[in-house]
Design a protein around this ligand. Structure first.
Ligand SMILES: Cc1ncc(COP(=O)(O)O)c(C=O)c1O
Length: 420
């Protein structure tokens, strides 16, 4: 007779960890002096250092000096109303009446995605959620967690390295049904860096109207993608102003990237109602349902990051200063895309690389294969996600030539690359 297990957990099977955190751990353990981290989506300076925004530093200093005795207080379950109104206006501007929107504070963008998924799972009870193929890995985990079946719509065409608009529309046209949820990246699609153009967004909006598909926008990069927050919010605002029929939709918002508040978890979730969903009673019920979800999960969102965001958004002077810094961050990323492209072209690296400059935002879907990525890590100490997604923010004027020459070496000599 075998011995009885002594723990309830001894037979537990470990689920796969998110590769991006594994990659970061391996990078930190690597002692090679020229190692390069192109995994995590965290902005770094040209010196490869993290960059607290100047405007954030100023607000922190003022907060510290003020030493408000309430600074450690609990907030309301639904969050800080002033922060939420400013966050809402930052994203929606005047695209639709503010009284169509119910907002709650969340644990950054991931928390907003989760609260949103759970809210829709419990209220809309959709047949399925449509995720782009590919998408941010956490989308799958979050929707699995709330028990909504996942379907995928084509998004990336590996042959053309371009957005597969026709494939997306054909699939949704044929297979999507009323009240299905569709998850859309508001800008700077992660991982591909490929966004629909305005005409394509209009067609997607019309499809949602006609087929009554429910849009869920994930807005993690507003202002960070192009340097212009209004431009990056174009698709959300376009959907929000549609009429006949007006669309109901939701938005998950993060201030992690655009304000550099990664670990402070400042975010919001917005529900945009239409028709009789805009009455006070209906909106109160939406708020109460959201508050109940939040109460059962984390009770109250952190306040340090949202206090900073509120102070910046509430001041014209600080907002202008922030916008200048957004320009600096996005221009550095755009110039690094160009530098990598130029160097690969100069070296005559086999393959086409123009997609690197055509894509937008923090990431580039390079088209590097898994064996190539693995070899780049083992031989050159360059850390890239197995999908070939590169965080352009990890490139700088000192390492871009090294990275390009490594890619060149790998591509020019395929026989040296072991199959993974
Ligand atoms: C597509 C997408 N959504 C949401 C997030 C949320 O990030 P956070 O939870 O740090 O705000 C990220 C961050 O990488 C992202 O890429």
């Amino acid at each position: 007779m075998g011995s009885m297990p002594t723990s309830h957990f001894s037979g537990l099977v470990a689920p796969p960890r998110d590769e991006i955190f594994e990659l970061l751990g391996a990078f930190r353990r690597d002692t090679f002096p020229d190692r390069v981290n192109l995994g995590a989506g965290v902005y770094c300076t040209d010196e490869g250092e993290p960059m607290p925004l100047q405007v954030v530093r100023e607000v922190e200093t003022a907060m510290y000096e003020k030493a408000d005795p309430h600074r450690h207080d609990y907030r309301a379950i639904e969050g800080d109303a002033e922060f939420l109104a400013l966050a809402r206006d930052f994203t929606f501007s005047t695209a639709c009446a503010a009284d169509r929107i119910t907002s709650v504070q969340t644990v950054s963008g991931s928390g907003a995605n989760h609260v949103g998924a759970r809210f829709l799972a419990e209220t809309l009870r959709p047949r399925c959620v449509w995720l782009s193929n590919p998408t941010w890995a956490n989308h799958e985990l979050i929707w699995q967690t709330v028990g909504v079946p996942i379907r995928q719509y084509p998004y990336y065409n590996p042959d053309t390295r371009a957005f597969d608009f026709e494939g997306m529309m054909a699939t949704l046209e044929a297979e999507a049904e009323a009240d299905d949820v569709i998850l859309l990246h508001a800008c700077a699609h992660n991982p591909t860096g490929l966004d629909p153009n305005q005409e394509q967004w209009k067609a997607i909006g019309a499809l949602c109207q006609r087929k009554r598909i429910f849009p869920f926008f994930d807005n993690a990069y507003q202002g960070f993608a192009s340097g212009d927050p209004d431009r990056d919010a174009w698709a959300i605002r376009y959907f929000a102003q549609l009429q006949q029929p007006a669309l109901e939709m939701v938005v998950a918002q993060s201030f992690a990237k655009n304000l550099g508040l990664y670990g402070h978890r400042a975010g919001a979730f917005h529900v945009v109602a239409a028709g009789d969903g805009c009455t006070e009673g209906a909106r109160d019920a939406v708020m109460a349902n959201l508050a109940q979800i939040i109460r059962s999960e984390y009770s109250i969102s952190p306040r340090y990051g949202s206090d900073i965001a509120k102070t910046v958004l509430g001041s014209k002077v600080l907002t202008a200063q922030w916008y200048t810094e957004l320009q600096t961050m996005s221009s550095r990323i755009i110039s690094m895309r160009q530098a990598l492209y130029d160097e690969l072209v100069r070296l005559g690296t086999p393959g086409s690389w123009v997609h690197i400059v055509d894509q937008i935002g923090m990431f580039s879907y390079t088209g590097l294969t898994y064996p190539e990525v693995k070899y780049l890590r083992e031989k050159y100490h360059i850390y890239i996600h197995s999908s070939g997604r590169v965080s352009i923010a990890g490139l700088n004027t000192k390492n871009v030539k090294y990275v390009a020459s490594a890619i060149h070496a790998v591509r020019s000599n395929p026989d040296a690359v072991p199959s993974a």
